[in-house]
Design a binder for this molecule. Structure first.
Ligand SMILES: Cc1cc2nc3c(=O)[nH]c(=O)nc-3n(C[C@H](O)[C@H](O)[C@H](O)COP(=O)(O)OP(=O)(O)OC[C@H]3O[C@@H](n4cnc5c(N)ncnc54)[C@H](O)[C@@H]3O)c2cc1C
Ligand code: FES
Length: 300
């Protein structure tokens, strides 16, 4: 896979690393009330070919006049040519992106960030725990592992949402439950439909439904709201998964995405380049990594 540095160097030859490429939205539909799914293809085919990424990396998305923001990649590099994003309506930029229709374009630069350490994860069992919007980057990892099924051991996917209507990719994950080469367990805090057939309760309850794991041979990947981390990490540590094999995707405010502005710096680390994926070991040794106030939630 083409590494981040190579891509940056190629862009710098072009003269401006901040110049976005235009991507045409080929599919767009709501995942929940305030989250839309976008599938896009680069207008310049060569740029599509350059968009080789790792699960867990992000792009900077922009609309002229409304700024730029980081968005995790939800698609998998094992299905090249299309970029998939899940965007929650939050403020200026995301409201504009919400109003974009199929066939309109969005500016994209990247991919940026470290992504998941796929080379180390291959050959191991994979336990993925997603909460809310955390499913956006973790779907990339899950689809990658399923597309390369023979390279991974057991795959377990745990996904929690507040209600069935707030579960990203609900139908897609329900279909995965039919497969016999992974365990896919879904839960909602509250069933406001009366039609939910899966577990009710917080996502950590799903740990009780899992088959025993081989901790030393397992990589766990976690992404979700800050409050979820503490309880999930407690369970993972309780299962004896080594701290350097517990991976978390963390968010910091970012401006440039390429280690130039310092907005995301914590001590000597740039979240945009050294992250957004960190190990639990990293977090224990750098509590500021997840921000004041949030760290209490993450440190088990
Ligand atoms: C690595 C990374 C990956 C991300 N991936 C996604 C994604 O896949 N989908 C998605 O919808 N969003 C994602 N985000 C968040 C998204 O980039 C921000 O919400 C962005 O600010 C939205 O831009 P806006 O102009 O619409 O909102 P703004 O007008 O910038 O902000 C709206 C509100 O959100 C608050 N806010 C903005 N950024 C943050 C932040 N990082 N943490 C806490 N509060 C914040 C602001 O204070 C304000 O209250 C990601 C962020 C990071 C750092
Ligand atoms: S966002 Fe500018 S240095 Fe990380």
């Amino acid at each position: 896979m083409k590494k981040l540095r190579v891509i940056l160097d190629e862009r710098e030859v072009d003269g401006n690393p901040f110049q976005p490429d235009m991507w045409r939205i080929v599919r767009r539909y709501p995942l929940t009330n305030d989250v839309n799914f976008y599938q896009a293809r680069a207008v310049d085919v060569d740029r599509t070919l350059l968009m080789d990424y790792l699960p867990g990396q992000f792009v900077m998305g922009s609309v002229s006049g409304d700024g730029e923001a980081p968005f995790c990649i939800s698609s998998t590099p094992s299905r090249p040519g299309l970029l998939e994003l899940c965007i929650r309506k939050m403020g200026t930029l995301t409201e504009t992106v919400f109003s974009l229709k199929e066939n309109q374009t969005i500016g994209i630069r990247g991919p940026y960030g470290n992504g998941f350490p796929i080379d180390k994860m291959e050959g191991k069992d994979i336990l993925i725990i997603a909460g809310g919007m955390g499913a956006a980057p973790l779907r990339s990892l899950l689809l990658y592992a399923l597309d390369n099924r023979d390279k991974f051991g057991k795959i377990t996917y745990l996904h929690g949402a507040r209600t069935p209507g707030e579960m990203l990719f609900r139908e897609e994950f329900m279909q995965l439950k039919e497969r016999d080469d992974l365990a896919c367990l879904l839960s909602v805090d509250e069933d406001d439909t009366g039609a939910w057939t899966e577990k009710i309760g917080v996502v950590t309850k799903l740990f009780d439904e899992m088959e025993p794991i081989d901790a030393a041979n397992t990589y766990a990947a976690v992404c979700g709201p800050p409050v979820m981390y503490k309880f999930v990490i407690q369970r993972l540590v309780g299962l004896n998964i080594p701290k350097h094999q517990i991976l978390m995707t963390l968010e910091r405010r970012m401006k440039c995405g390429i280690g130039k502005c310092g907005h995301c710096a914590i001590e000597y680390l740039y979240t945009c380049m050294d992250g957004p994926v960190f190990t639990y070991w990293d977090v224990l040794h750098m509590k500021e990594l997840i921000g004041k106030g949030v760290s209490d939630n993450v440190i088990a």
